[in-house]
Design a protein around this ligand. Structure first.
Ligand code: AMP
Ligand code: ZN
Length: 134
């Protein structure tokens, strides 16, 4: 547990949560500022900051739980689809530095999420891919 981490405190039961699912590795609970009805967060009980410092074996196990909780929400709620969001760093909108996956149930009547796209320039995309290819 990391001091001053609100999600560690939730995992320890020191701060209450609206629990949806729990096992030895993860806890899933309702986001208190939901994007939609059923918006749920899945966290590992152990503290890691984000995608880059979470060990890959732990990450695999978390993602399997995200799948399990999402399937349950889809069956238990009015839910036509869902978004899985995982923010890393303040620039990406991460406000709680304990890795978490958002599962946001969506209904057919919902609008698009507010990322705006622009038509790509194929030459610029080819150059960028060449520059960053792994
Ligand atoms: P992010 O912006 O990806 O870091 O998301 C953090 C999320 O945690 C936000 O959507 C908050 O509404 C949510 N949140 C913060 N504190 C709590 C809490 N005590 N219980 C449930 N959700 C919380
Ligand atoms: Zn933590």
């Amino acid at each position: 547990m990391k001091n001053d981490c609100v999600f560690c405190a939730i995992a320890e039961g020191e701060i209450p949560s609206f629990k949806v699912y729990e096992d030895d590795l993860v806890l899933a609970y309702l986001d208190i500022n939901p994007f939609s009805e059923g918006h749920t967060l899945v966290i590992p009980k152990e503290h890691f900051t984000g995608l880059l410092d979470t060990p890959s074996d732990v990450l695999k196990e978390i993602v399997v739980r995200v799948q399990k909780v999402a399937a349950h929400l889809k069956a238990a709620l009015p839910c036509d689809g869902f978004n899985v969001l995982q923010n890393n760093g303040a620039a990406a909108g991460q406000t709680v530095p304990h890795i978490h996956f958002h599962i946001v149930p969506r209904r057919s009547s919902d609008g698009k999420i507010a990322f705006t796209s622009q038509e790509g320039n194929m030459d610029a995309l080819a150059a960028l891919a060449a520059r960053i290819r792994m």
